[in-house]
Design a protein around this ligand. Structure first.
Ligand code: GDP
Ligand code: MN
Length: 361
């Protein structure tokens, strides 16, 4: 789950990383006296997207204009997201903008720390055109702290104040079960202090309970519904809904769709022993996704009984075309029921997916 800038900065502050003085407001009325942050202030839209600076989500203005500019910002959408929270902060006298991030490198299965002198809003451009300017240090996953030689390699000839921030960012990354902890820009002020001017932290979804986060804000309504029923569910961008049981069979179904040039709308594993009710919930969930034109149900009857599956499909009673392939326990009873209700059935996965491909618009 992505944390917002103010949440990230709170975590940074607890870890000893200096952050600007600031306050979160949810309406102009909460602004109080902006002059408490100095003659000039920064207003930052707390929306869950990057590149706010370039999209007009970061406003620097005299404190005397803060009210007016905050009202404007509250009325805006940044990259499609309405602004409901603004972080008002002191404007920092920035001498230089650096970039520092700790993330999981999936290919080596290790944390990697990135650092560059070329921080700021052009970081993506730098990564593309001058990747050599970004220094990288791999950290063996069992290290509980970044060794000081690694910090020196990263910071290079940069100001001394940067080192402790880099070390603290690494500790925070571990302590918060983060997949990413990024400071861009990590600024050095005219007086030599280092401050995190921005904060981006992504917490591993599997660690939310341990981190005391009750609900994953990033889930779509359907993903939340799926979680409630205990389905393994991931939304994709195709138009063929898939219900399977077991991760292997469901993945194989997605592979087969790909083979036939079809695009899956989702991955949904209903799990073992799915009864009538679970199957009905799963089918309805997919049917409620915009853009799903056909649903393939591919289930293997073991503990799961095909007659229960059939009842679930009938009970769901959705409008979309449904293609069923099921085999195993109580197969004959299940197939008889589906046939009675006029459902389309196939004896193999290949035939089922092939049928969906034939009728492609
Ligand atoms: P992002 O575009 O969503 O990553 O938003 P940032 O928080 O990184 O802000 C974008 C840019 O605004 C930064 O790179 C800075 O150049 C500028 N900025 C942000 N806060 C301050 C500040 O306190 N003082 C000054 N002078 N510039 C700031
Ligand atoms: Mn930034």
């Amino acid at each position: 789950m992505k944390l917002r800038e103010y949440e990230g900065k709170r975590i940074f502050a607890e870890a000893g990383i200096p952050v600007p003085r600031g306050r979160l407001i949810r309406s102009v009325d909460e602004l109080g006296d902006p002059a408490e942050f100095g003659d000039e202030v920064v207003l930052k839209a707390q929306v869950d997207v990057g590149g706010r600076g370039k999209a007009g989500g970061v406003v620097i203005c005299p404190a005397s204009e803060a009210k007016e500019r905050a009202a404007e910002l509250f009325g805006k959408t940044i990259k499609g997201l309405p602004v409901t929270e603004i972080l008002i902060e002191e404007k920092l006298p920035i001498a230089h903008e650096y970039y520092c991030a700790v993330l999981v490198d999936r290919s080596t299965r290790q944390p990697v720390v990135l650092f560059t002198e070329a921080g700021g809003v052009e970081i993506e451009e730098t990564a593309r055109t001058a990747p050599d300017r970004i220094r990288r240090v791999q950290v063996p996953a069992l290290m509980t702290a970044l060794p000081s030689f690694a910090v020196r390699d990263l910071v290079g000839k940069g100001p001394k104040a940067l080192g402790p921030v880099v070390a603290a960012l690494y500790r925070t990354f571990l302590a918060k079960d983060a997949l990413l902890a990024e400071i861009n820009p990590l600024v050095v002020l005219e007086d030599g202090r280092a401050v995190a001017a921005d904060a981006k932290v992504i917490v591993d979804d599997n660690a939310l309970a341990r981190q005391g986060i009750a609900q994953n804000r990033d889930l779509t309504e359907r993903e939340r519904e799926a979680e409630k029923h205990g389905f393994s569910y991931v939304e994709l961008d195709g138009d063929v809904g898939v219900v399977g049981n077991g991760a292997g069979l469901t993945m194989a179904t997605l592979d087969l769709l790909q083979h036939y040039g079809l695009r899956a709308a989702n991955f949904l594993d209903v799990g073992g022993g799915a009864d009538r009710e679970r199957v009905a919930h799963a089918v309805r969930l997919l049917a409620s996704s915009p853009g799903v034109r056909v649903i393939i149900v591919n289930l293997l009857g073991g503990i799961t009984r095909c007659d229960e599956v059939a009842k679930g499909i009938v009970e769901a009673g959705v409008d979309q075309r449904i293609i069923v392939r099921m085999a195993g326990t109580n197969e004959a009873e299940g197939c008889a029921l589906l046939q009675e209700h006029g459902y389309e059935m196939y004896g193999s996965m290949d035939a089922a997916v092939g049928a969906a491909a034939e009728a492609r618009p």
